[in-house]
Design a binder for this molecule. Structure first.
Ligand code: CU
Length: 116
């Protein structure tokens, strides 16, 4: 009986040691999209992203200040030559984005991002 209990104990201990490796959660991929802004368009490094938290790295290569609006959220104003980080949680769909500065979207600063 003692020998069986001991063997069981060893087996259990091995399981406990092995468990953390087997149970390691799959890494949640962080999505980052580089957004180049200039007069008057956006260039996104990805046109399709998985739903969830998306980090937009805003790079203003234009001569004017620009910002980005998507899913009801607006980034900080990015001055010319500056960069900024804009983090939003996106649901599935085809989401329109614009530069909300008057006239910019009409001039071409708009597009759609596919969220899967
Ligand atoms: Cu703009």
């Amino acid at each position: 009986m003692n020998r069986i209990t001991l063997a069981l104990g060893v087996a259990l201990a091995a399981l406990v040691v092995a468990a953390p490796v087997a149970a390691r959660p799959s890494a949640v991929a962080a999505t980052t999209v580089t957004v180049t802004m200039k007069e008057f368009k956006f260039v996104l490094s990805k046109t399709s992203v998985p739903h969830g938290v998306v980090t937009f790295k805003l790079v203003n290569k234009g001569k004017l200040a620009h910002d980005m609006k998507i899913a009801g959220k607006t980034s900080k104003l990015i001055a010319r030559g500056k960069t900024g980080t804009f983090i939003v949680t996106l649901k599935k769909g085809k989401l329109a984005y614009t530069c909300p500065i008057p006239g910019h979207a009409a001039a071409g600063m708009k597009g759609k991002l596919t969220v899967t």
